[in-house]
Design a protein around this ligand. Structure first.
Ligand SMILES: NC(=O)c1ccc[n+]([C@@H]2O[C@H](COP(=O)([O-])OP(=O)(O)OC[C@H]3O[C@@H](n4cnc5c(N)ncnc54)[C@H](OP(=O)(O)O)[C@@H]3O)[C@@H](O)[C@H]2O)c1
Length: 406
C-alpha cells in the first residue's frame, strides 16, 4: 500500500482538502514563487513608471530645497514702523521697489528717490495699491548729478524735520564708460559719490531722529575691487565689472565703516549688505550675444533670487529691533560676515573719505593728517571746518553746498 503525497499547506482533513490541479498542487499555488514575485515587485512598464515617478519626486524636492537655499532667509518679524520717515534711493524697480513695498506695509512714510519721475510714479501707485499705505512720495534724485542730490535734500528738509531710515540702494553696474554730470566715472559717481553727498547732507536729520539707521546696499563684487588711488576715475584703464563696479562697491563698504566710527555714540547706525544674486534690471548693460542673454534670463528664473528675496537683508538691517545698536557691519543672507583686509583698511577708508569730500565739495569733517594732504596736495581747513579761510577755498572751488551737515 502506498501513501499519497500531500503538498505542504494543502491541509489534511478530507472535508478541507482543496481540489488539486493536474500537477497535484492546489490552484493559485506556485511552487517556483514566480507569481508572488510578480505581485510584490513591478515589472516592465509599471516598474519604469514607478521609477520615473520616484526620480521626478526626488528631483522636485531637491530643486525645491535648493531654491529655498538660493532665496535665503526671509525677514519674518512682524514689527511695524508706523509714521517713521524713510528715504529709499533707486526704488522704481528691483530690490529697492520690494524694499519700499515691505516698509510701506509696515506703515512707514516713504520718500521714493528716483531719477525717472514717470517710472517712480508707476511704482508708487502700484505699491500704494498693494500696501494700502498712502504715505508714499515721488521725488526726483539723480545720483549722477551733485546738484540733483542737493536739490533733493533741500526739498526734503523743507518737508520733513526728521529722518529715521535712509536706504542707499540705487546702483548701476557694468555700463560702458560714461561720465556723471560732474565729470566723474559713472559707476563710482552714482554708486558711491552721489550717495556719499546725500548721506552727509542728511546726517543732521538722522541725528535728530536717533535712534535712526542707514543701510548701504553694496555687493560681493567688492571682493574683486581695489581703490585705485592713482586712477580713481578709471581714465587710464576701464574695467566695467571687475574694475569700476567692484571699486564702487568696495567704496560703499569703506564708506560704511568710516561713517560708523564718525557716528559713534550718536544713535545713528550704518550697515551695508550684499543682497545676493538677484533677478533685476541691474544687468541691463550686459553686452553679450542675444542667445547668452536669453540663457541668462531663463537660468535666472531659477538660480537667482527674486527681487523680494533680494530685499530681505536690507529689510533686516532696516527693521530688526535686535540690530538697533549694531553698526559698521557687512551682511549677506541676513548674517553678519567678516570682511577681507582690503575692505577693512582704515588708511584707504580715510583717504577715500577725504577724496570724496573734495570731489563732492564738502568741507572736511576731520582735521587732515600731517597738516595738509587730502591725498591730492590741496590744503584743507580744520576739524568740522565749514568755516575759515581754507573752508572758504573749498566752497569756492567746488559748487557751494547749500545745506550744511552738522
Ligand atoms: N541684482 C543683483 O544681483 C545685485 C547684486 C549685488 C548688489 N546689488 C546692488 O543692489 C542695488 C539695487 O540694484 P537692483 O539689482 O535692484 O538693480 P535695478 O533693478 O537696476 O535697480 C537699480 C535702481 O537704481 C536706480 N538708479 C540707477 N542709476 C541712478 C541714478 N543715477 N540716480 C538715481 N537712481 C539710479 C535705477 O533707476 P532707473 O530704473 O531709472 O535706471 C533703479 O531704480 C544696487 O546698488 C546694486 O549694486 C544688486
Amino acid at each position: 500500500m502506498s501513501e499519497a503525497v500531500t503538498p505542504p499547506g494543502a491541509g489534511s482533513g478530507a472535508g478541507t482538502q482543496p481540489e488539486s490541479g493536474s500537477s497535484g498542487f492546489p490552484p493559485g499555488f506556485d511552487p517556483t514563487g514566480e507569481a508572488s514575485e510578480k505581485t510584490l515587485c513591478f515589472h516592465g512598464f509599471w516598474a519604469w513608471l514607478v521609477l520615473l515617478i520616484l526620480v521626478v519626486l526626488c528631483t522636485a524636492v531637491i530643486m525645491w530645497l535648493l531654491r529655498k537655499c538660493i532665496q535665503g532667509p526671509m525677514y519674518r518679524k512682524a514689527n511695524r514702523i508706523d509714521g517713521k520717515v524713510v528715504i529709499v534711493t533707486g526704488c522704481n524697480t528691483g530690490i529697492g521697489k520690494e524694499t519700499v513695498l515691505e516698509l510701506a506695509k509696515r506703515g512707514a512714510r516713504i520718500y521714493m528717490a528716483c531719477r525717472d519721475p514717470s517710472r517712480c510714479e508707476a511704482a508708487r501707485l502700484e505699491i500704494m495699491d498693494r500696501s494700502h499705505n498712502q504715505q508714499l512720495f515721488n521725488r526726483t534724485l539723480d545720483l549722477g548729478s551733485l546738484q540733483s542730490v542737493r536739490n533733493f535734500v533741500e526739498r526734503f528738509k523743507a518737508e520733513e524735520t526728521k529722518l529715521d531710515l535712509l536706504v542707499n540702494n540705487a546702483g548701476v553696474m557694468a555700463c560702458p564708460r560714461t561720465l556723471t554730470a560732474d565729470g566723474y566715472e559713472q559707476q563710482l559717481g552714482v554708486n558711491h559719490l552721489g550717495h556719499f553727498l546725500l548721506t552727509n547732507l542728511l546726517l543732521d536729520r538722522l541725528k535728530q531722529s536717533a535712534p535712526s539707521r542707514i543701510v548701504v546696499v553694496s555687493s560681493a563684487a567688492h571682493l574683486f575691487g581695489r581703490i585705485n588711488r592713482e586712477d580713481l576715475m578709471s581714465e587710464k584703464n576701464y574695467g566695467k565689472f571687475f574694475g569700476a563696479y567692484s571699486q564702487s562697491k568696495l567704496a560703499n563698504i569703506l564708506f560704511t565703516r568710516k561713517l560708523s566710527t564718525i557716528l559713534k555714540d550718536t544713535g545713528v547706525t550704518v550697515n551695508c549688505c550684499h543682497p545676493g544674486v538677484v533677478r533685476t534690471e541691474l544687468n541691463r548693460h550686459f553686452a553679450g550675444p542675444a542667445w547668452m542673454k536669453s540663457v541668462l534670463q531663463t537660468g535666472s528664473l531659477y538660480f537667482f533670487k527674486s527681487p523680494r528675496a533680494g530685499a530681505q537683508t536690507s529689510l533686516k538691517l532696516a527693521l530688526d529691533p535686535s540690530l538697533e545698536k549694531s553698526t559698521g557691519g557687512y551682511y549677506s543672507d541676513s548674517m553678519r560676515w567678516p570682511l577681507v583686509p582690503w575692505a577693512t583698511n582704515n588708511d584707504t577708508a580715510d583717504w577715500l573719505w577725504r577724496e570724496s569730500e573734495r570731489l563732492v565739495g564738502l568741507p572736511p569733517l576731520e582735521a587732515p593728517r600731517n597738516g595738509s594732504a587730502n591725498g591730492n596736495g590741496t590744503s584743507t581747513n580744520g576739524a568740522n571746518g565749514a568755516s575759515g579761510a581754507s573752508g572758504a577755498r573749498d566752497m569756492q572751488s567746488v559748487e557751494t553746498v547749500v545745506v550744511s551737515r552738522s
